[in-house]
Each structure stands twice: as C-alpha cells, then as structure tokens.
Ligand binder design. Structure first.
Ligand code: TRP
Length: 333
C-alpha cells in the first residue's frame, strides 16, 4: 500500500512538473534579451560601406539578428570630427553593449568616449600607431578588433609583373590620414626590392586631388593608392585623371579597383566586416573579452583585375594572372 501511495505521489509530481513546464512554455515564451551595438562609420565610400554590410552579416552568422535579439544604432559621421565626438558620446551615454568603429578616426573617437564599453575596431590599419591598443596580441583594455593592413609585398610584386619596365612609382595620401601614412612608410621601405623609386604626393582634402593627380601623371609610371579614406571617397576623380593619361592605378582594396583602379592583391572589404561582426558577437555572448582577444589580421589578399581599365590603358594581362583572378579573386569587366 505504501509503495502504491509513493508511486501515485511520484506520478502526480511528474505530471505536475510536465504541465508546469508546458504551461510555462506556452504562456510565457522565454524572452530573448535584446543587446545594442553602436556602429560608427567615418564617412561613406564603397570600402567602408562594404565593411558595414559585412559587420551586420557577421553578427547574423553568429546568431545576432536585428529585430530579434539585436539593436544596431548606426551612425555615419560624414567625415566630420565633431560628429564623431557627439555620436560616440551618445553611444556611451546610452550604455551600448558594444561599439564598433569603422576606420581609425571613428575607433579613436569611441575610445575617447568610453574606457569600459567593449569597442571593436572595424578595419583599422595600424591599431598600435593609432594608440588604440598597447599590443595587438594582448590588447589589455576594452578595445580589440580587425586590422586591414594590406599585403604590400604581393601588391608591389603585382605591379612589377604587369609593368616590367616601370621605374617610378607615385604614392598619393592624405596627410591627416594615419592609416594611409602607415602604408606610405611600409611602401617606402619595400619599393627598392622591386626595382622602383618612389615619389610621394600628399593632399589635405578631396579639393586637391585634381591638381595633385595632374602633376603625378606627368612624373610617374604607375600610382599606388593606400587605404586612404579621403582618396577612397574621391577615387572616381583620381581614376579619370590617371586613366585618361594612361597611368595605371594600383589600389590596395577590391572596391577601388571597381572604381577605376587597374588591379590589386587586396583584402575583401566585405569579409573584413564579417570578421569584425563575428568578433562583436563573441563579445556580446560573453565568450570573449576585448582585453584578451588578439587583434585579427587578414593577410591573404585576393587578386582583383579590372579588364575594362586594362583595355583602356593598353595593358595586356597575362593569361595565367587572369585565370588566377577568375578562380580565386575577381575579374571586373
Ligand atoms: N584602414 C582604414 C583606417 O584605418 C579604413 C579603411 C578600411 C579604408 N578599408 C579602406 C580606407 C579602404 C580606404 C579604403 O582608417
């Protein structure tokens, strides 16, 4: 009898728990927590726009979907320093769960606004020189992210292959763009190895591009364009001046080849964004912390060739290079 009673009690208990769980499920679906990410983009140009898209996709890949468990507050500073400051401060005051800076000045503005909220760098060329992290292997504070440092050697090798006779390489950059200045130094240190002499040209705003480009095309055999935000935003102007004088442009990124550059071994800008988004997701979920997450470098460039520009310049692209671009990179027609 006692056994029977115990059995009935146990049965009732099991059923009750069962009902409890099921009613809990149906009457109160577990509400997903919504986390907020503030994304601050320096300005609009195709590379940064692609990075932004990639970030949203990377977050989604890792289970963070806007409207479900994620709110994205996206701000574009239109290249204006005071916008960068006020937008960063607003993200910080509104206690974002994480903040993302696309391009160096954005990440720097976010860093000035908060030393607590996790900050993820979206495609920052030189995070140490920009004083964003102490070390790329052990960031140590609230900032980590993805660097877009370009494969300069592969780039110079490509120029040499396509232009066996070229002597003078011109490089154009904006004096205030730290990320471009890092690359100018890197290129200067490597050109001799590939048999080039380097001529440096600098601009202070897009207004100077026409005049400086006009000078360059009379001095140099080819133009190297670093990841310079100002030039990226005025790439069509530079391309039209240079291409009409048959001087090829070798940019460091795919998007600038699409805008009139000849070729690159460059980083896929969208993919840089995807990696950035994944890093943000791991921070939101608590899987990782900026202080102990090394900065991610994406060193492998894709071969991207613009055959329309090649035809315009009268440059023949070797068949093996074209095949390689078709297979593992991109051919723009
Ligand atoms: N690396 C740049 C910075 O740190 C931002 C950037 C990413 C960029 N991709 C680019 C600039 C392409 C020009 C072109 O500011």
């Amino acid at each position: 009898m006692k056994k029977m009673l115990a059995f009935i009690i146990a049965l009732v208990a099991v059923v009750a728990v069962g009902i409890g769980i099921s009613t809990h499920k149906s009457s109160a679906p577990k509400k997903q927590k919504v986390q907020t990410v503030g994304i601050l983009q320096l300005m609009s140009h195709p590379a940064l726009d692609a990075i932004h898209k990639g970030i949203v996709a990377g977050l989604k890949d890792e289970g963070y979907t806007v409207g479900k468990n994620l709110k994205i507050d996206f701000q574009n500073a239109q290249g204006d320093q005071s916008n960068l400051k006020s937008m960063s401060e607003r993200f910080a005051n509104e206690d974002a769960d994480a903040m993302v800076g696309i391009a160096t000045p954005s990440a720097q503005a976010l860093a000035n606004a908060s030393s607590k909220i996790p900050i993820v760098m979206g495609a920052i060329t030189d995070p140490v020189a920009a004083k964003l992290v102490k070390s790329t292997t052990k960031p140590g504070a609230n900032i980590t992210g993805v660097s877009d440092q370009a494969p300069i050697d592969a780039q110079l090798k490509l120029i040499r292959t396509l232009m066996p006779k070229a002597k003078t390489l011109g490089i154009i950059s904006t004096s205030s763009d730290d990320s471009a200045q890092t690359q100018v130094k890197m290129v200067a240190a490597k050109v001799a190895k590939y048999g080039f002499t380097l001529k440096k040209y600098s601009i202070s705003s897009t207004n100077d591009i026409n005049q400086v480009a006009g000078q360059m095309v009379t001095d140099v055999d080819a133009i190297f364009v670093p990841t310079d935000n100002t030039i990226a935003s005025a790439m069509p102007t530079l391309a039209s001046v240079a291409n009409s004088k048959k001087i090829p442009i070798f940019p460091t990124v795919d998007t600038m080849v699409k805008q009139g550059g000849l070729a690159t071994v460059g980083l896929d800008q969208y993919q840089l964004g995807v990696e950035t988004g994944k890093m943000v997701a791991n921070i939101l979920s608590g899987k990782s912390k900026p202080a102990t997450t090394p900065v991610k470098f994406m060193t492998k460039g894709n071969l991207v060739i613009n055959t329309k520009v090649a035809a315009k310049l009268g440059i023949t692209i070797p068949a093996d290079l074209l095949a390689k671009a078709k297979k593992s990179g991109e051919v723009i027609k």
